[in-house]
Ligand binder design. Structure first.
Ligand SMILES: O=P(O)(O)OC[C@H]1O[C@](O)(CO)[C@@H](O)[C@@H]1O
Length: 517
């Protein structure tokens, strides 16, 4: 099958910085320069912190200065709308990128090209500055930010860990989640847990570093508190009961399992109202039919979002729906907070491995998260170990591919020569879950679709109809809206939203769960 579409010939008019009223324009104009400046700051701080004991200090400093110069130049090019130039490093994706530049944008520039291309090009150019060095070529200038925001997520992280691991049933030692799924895939409790898990994974996408230029950590925490309240309202009772006595007989399991408290229900409803198109019933009809299936999750952000994605994957495994979950990460630092393989392993390590071991002066190891309650610390460690076991025994697999950091929309996944190995492997899967805003933009080719366009039409070869490529399973997107494209809405929703929340498409406060069967 030859695809009629290309970056120069998208299925609809592409979003572009040419439109001064667009979020793309605002991003190029104000958000990306800030991100670039913060990258420079990070390198500056890091090389200034090098110690004299480092034998390579001089060389590293020189290379750091070069990086700063290159990234400074990049900011200048972006702000003056200078033409794109080819890449000069030797990463394995260089030829693909340069081919795409020559073919689609030989004389174009930041505001003239599609927003999607310009933004991907920017992150690849940041990578180039590091790739040209010897000592910084694997350095992630966004790692510190990812780490800080994850740390600020402690409350929500702990409260979820308790539900997943702390024993609340004295006889069996089962956790809240184990109890929810214990009656098998057909049970109401398993079903209810599914809808909760979907919301947790969805709203995890709201705390995104590239959108939060200057993340206010208190706000991040508040956001998580609000969005997690649907899942955590029961966890404190589980934790405190477990705390009070190992014989947790005071926990009302029916309440825990069914989550029927009024507060819980109204929190769920409040969140559900913000999901402007919600195909989660359709997703459930697929998931409930799976037994030991394979689910692929195309990851978005590290930190808290990754954590809740792992929670969802853990649910799929414990409920018996999946015996294999394949996580797709990015190979280069991408859109600030995207998950790289290092971030994935780092996250598991922070849950279960001490950051310091015992020493002569202290016999208590310290951990990344430091809840005061030992039961909560135990829950984190148990969860981290469980997840590490999933990795060790192959239940969870982590992979990465250059295609995810190419300039291409996902329409090209089935046919682009550079993606053939990836596509063939993904065809073995029963379900593809795409997390987050950028993945959504790439699914719909980042075009100005009418908002009532069906999702399965807007995703072209990954959707339904004549264009659908062979072997594509159900494709799902969990996305909080952070760009001015959205599809799958009912008639009148766009008009209503324009009135009640003029920024609704880009604020990250609204969401869609879109499914293509
Ligand atoms: O992390 P996400 O959800 O993919 O969001 C990436 C963000 O970056 C952008 O691409 C703009 O910089 C937005 O579309 C979105 O807000």
């Amino acid at each position: 099958m030859t695809l009629p579409y290309s970056p120069l010939n998208p299925p609809q008019k592409a979003l572009s910085g040419q439109d001064k009223n667009s979020f793309g324009y605002a991003t190029l104009q104000s958000r990306l320069p800030v991100i670039v400046s913060k990258t420079v700051d990070d390198v500056y701080r890091t090389y200034h912190a090098l110690t004299d004991s480092d034998p390579l200090k001089k060389e590293k400093e020189q290379e750091a200065k070069k990086i700063i110069e290159l990234i400074g130049g990049l900011r200048y090019e972006l702000q003056r709308d200078k033409p794109f130039r080819p890449f000069t490093d030797t990463r394995e994706d260089v030829d693909e990128w340069n081919k795409a530049l020559a073919e689609y944008y030989p004389t174009s520039s930041w505001y003239k090209a599609s927003w999607l291309f310009s933004e991907c090009y920017l992150y690849r150019r940041i990578k180039e500055a590091f790739a040209l060095t010897q000592h910084w070529k694997d350095y992630d200038p966004f790692f510190e930010q990812k780490q800080t925001v994850f740390k600020s997520s402690q409350k929500a992280v702990v409260s979820i860990a308790v539900q997943l691991t702390t024993p609340v049933d004295v006889k069996t030692g089962k956790s809240v989640l184990d109890i929810k799924v214990q009656d098998g895939p057909e049970s109401k409790a398993t079903r209810d847990a599914f809808f909760e898990m979907v919301q947790v994974s969805l709203w995890g996408n709201a705390t995104d570093l590239s959108l939060l230029d200057n993340p206010d950590l208190a706000k991040v925490e508040e956001l998580q508190r609000r969005m997690m309240s649907s899942s955590s309202s029961n966890s404190s009772s589980a934790a405190s009961s477990a705390n009070a006595s190992p014989a947790v007989s005071t926990v009302h399991l029916d309440q825990v399992v069914q989550g029927t408290s009024e507060q819980h229900a109204s929190e769920l409803e409040k969140h559900a109202e913000k999901i402007l198109s919600n195909d989660s019933e359709l997703l459930w009809s697929k998931v409930k039919s799976l037994r030991n299936g394979r689910v692929d999750i195309i990851l978005d952000n590290a930190g808290f979002e990754l954590y809740v994605d792992l929670v969802f994957a853990d649910y799929l495994v414990r409920a018996g729906f999946a015996s294999e979950v394949v996580f797709h990460a990015k190979r280069i630092p991408w859109f600030v907070s995207d998950v790289m393989p290092f971030d994935f392993q780092w996250t598991l390590d922070q849950l279960h491995s001490p950051t310091t071991s015992t020493t002569a002066t202290s016999d208590t190891p310290t951990y990344f998260f430091s809840p005061a309650d030992p039961i909560e610390q135990q829950a984190l460690q148990d969860l981290g170990k469980k997840w590490q076991t999933y990795i060790n025994n192959g239940t969870w697999k982590l992979t990465s591919h250059e295609f995810w950091t190419s300039c291409y929309a996902f329409y090209h996944l089935p046919t682009h020569p550079s993606a053939q190995d990836l596509f063939q492997d993904m065809q073995q899967s029963d379900l593809w879950i795409f997390k987050g805003d950028l993945n959504y933009r790439k699914l719909v080719y980042d075009c100005k679709w009418p908002t009532t366009t069906p999702f399965s039409k807007a995703i072209g070869p990954l959707g339904q109809g004549d264009e659908k490529a062979e072997g594509v399973p159900m494709a799902v997107s969990f996305r909080t809206c952070k760009a001015d494209v959205v599809v799958g809405l009912n008639d009148g929703v766009e008009e209503k939203m324009d009135k009640v929340a003029p920024n609704w498409m880009v604020s990250g406060e609204y969401a869609v769960i879109s499914v293509s069967p």
